[in-house]
Design a protein around this ligand. Structure first.
Ligand code: NI
Length: 177
């Protein structure tokens, strides 16, 4: 098991659009395994490659209930080919500490891409899965869920975050003798 560090907003790497993958080699397989370890350990239900500092168009997700077997999806080079409807759901993110908010998303979505063996896949999803797909594809384009909020809400979060980070820094210092 290999855990990767999850980058935290406002890390600028989270803002860079990720690059398509042209060759699904051993390095990519290792990255996917490490991403899965990192996501399950966190724990989270989705993770995009650029959240762990690897700027490639890969994301993974698993929305299976805790008491059910794991069901990991890997999507490489995803494209949204269809979306419709409107749904509002509460979202959080492993890269956005101590915050969740309601975000408007398409209710149904169709995504095409490749699985980890390079086979073409089409995911037609609604509900939580549709939200997760849009959230993760956003990541690959350098977008975070807080970008979908009003400017006021975002500013309030930024202010709270700087307090939280200062507090963490203080606690860190207090353990140094
Ligand atoms: Ni996220």
């Amino acid at each position: 098991m290999a855990l990767k560090e999850i980058l935290i907003y406002p890390d600028p790497v989270l803002r860079e659009p990720a690059e398509p993958i042209s060759n699904i080699d051993g390095k990519v397989q290792k990255l996917i395994d490490d991403m899965a370890d990192t996501m399950y350990y966190a724990p989270g239900i989705g993770l995009a490659s650029n959240q762990v500092g690897e700027p490639y168009r890969i994301f993974i997700f698993d929305i299976s209930p805790k008491d059910k077997p794991k069901e990991l999806f890997v999507v490489i080079n995803p494209e949204i080919v269809e979306s419709d409807g409107l749904v509002v759901g509460e979202e959080g993110c492993l890269s956005v500490v101590d915050y969740s908010a309601e975000v408007k998303r398409a209710e149904r979505i169709t995504v095409q891409g490749l699985d980890r063996e390079g086979n073409p896949i089409t995911l037609k999803k609604e509900g939580l899965a549709a939200i997760v797909l849009q959230h993760e594809i956003d990541h690959l384009n350098g977008t975070l869920f807080i970008d979908h909020l009003s400017k006021l809400k975002r500013e309030l979060y930024k202010r709270r975050l700087s307090k939280v980070l200062k507090e963490k820094q203080k606690n860190k210092n207090s353990t140094i003798f």
